[in-house]
Ligand binder design. Sequence first.
Ligand SMILES: NC(=O)c1ccc[n+]([C@@H]2O[C@H](COP(=O)([O-])OP(=O)(O)OC[C@H]3O[C@@H](n4cnc5c(N)ncnc54)[C@H](OP(=O)(O)O)[C@@H]3O)[C@@H](O)[C@H]2O)c1
Length: 264
Amino acid sequence: MSENGKAVLVTGATGGIGSAVCARLARAGYSLILAARDTGKLQANCARLEGLGCHSYRWISVDMSSDASVASFSHELAADGTVLDGVVLMPPQMRPTPDCQPPADTWRQLFQSNFIGPLELLKGAISTMQPDPSRGRRAKIVIISAITSVQALGNYATSNVLRCAWLAQAKTLSFAMGERGIHINTLSLGGTLTPDYAASIGDRATKAGMTFAERLAEETSNIPLRKYGSPEEVALAVEVLLSPFSDHMTGVNLLHDGGFTRAY
Ligand SMILES: NC(=O)c1ccc[n+]([C@@H]2O[C@H](COP(=O)([O-])OP(=O)(O)OC[C@H]3O[C@@H](n4cnc5c(N)ncnc54)[C@H](OP(=O)(O)O)[C@@H]3O)[C@@H](O)[C@H]2O)c1
C-alpha cells in the first residue's frame, strides 16, 4: 500500500499512538508533518523515522490549547506552500473523571484544548488541501476518538460529551466537504496498550496485589476479543482509512475496540 509522496499531518505525533502511526505511514512512503508541544520529543521521533530509513518528514510544534499557538502553526504550515493530502487529528487525551458536573472553568479549558483548538488547527490544515476528485485526488482526514463517542461511560464524564461533539462535527464536515473530495472519518478507540496505558495497568495490578498478566486478563475479560488494542493495530487502521479503501466512505465512525461497545 505505497502512498509515495502524499503529505500527511499527524498531531499527537509523539504519543504512544502517534508514534506508531508516524512509523507506519513513513514506512508506507508518506511525507509526514509531525505536531505536538514538546520539541525535544518531536526531534527524537524524527530521528527514529530517520533510523527506519524514512527521509521525508518535518515537525512543527503546537499547543492546541492556545489560540496563538494554533494560529502560528497554521501560518507556518501555509508559509512554505505545504499541500496536505491527509490529516490524522488526535485531540489531547482527556483524564478519566466520574465528575459529571465539573466547574465552568474546567469545561472552558477542556473545550478549548480538546475541541476548539484542534478544530481551528484542522481548519488551517484543510485550507492547504487541493483535492480534485475528477482526477482521483482525494484528501482524507482521520479523527482519533474514543468509544465514548457512542457509549457513555461512568468514569469518563467529560469525554462522553466532547467525543459526541467531535462525532457531530465530523458528520457536519463530511456533508459539507464531500463534493470537494475531502473525506472525514472517525476512528473510535477502546483501551489501547500504549506505554502509558500499560504503566497504568501495572499500577492497578500492584494496588490489587496482582501480576500484570492477571490484571490485564481481568480488565479485558468483558471485551469479546479478550484483549486491548495495540498502537500498531491503530496505525494499520489509520493507514487503511487514508488509502483508497475509503474512497466511497465519509462521515463514518469506525469502532476499534475489540467488540466492547454494545451500542449499534
Ligand atoms: N491509549 C488509549 O487507550 C486511548 C483510548 C481511546 C482514545 N485514545 C485517544 O488516542 C489519542 C492518542 O492517545 P495516546 O494514548 O497516544 O496519548 P499520549 O501518549 O498521551 O499522547 C498524546 C499526544 O498528544 C500531544 N499533546 C498533548 N496535549 C497537547 C496539546 N495541548 N497540544 C498539542 N499536542 C498535545 C502529546 O505531545 P506533547 O505532550 O508534547 O504535546 C502527545 O504527542 C488521543 O486522542 C486519545 O484520547 C487513546
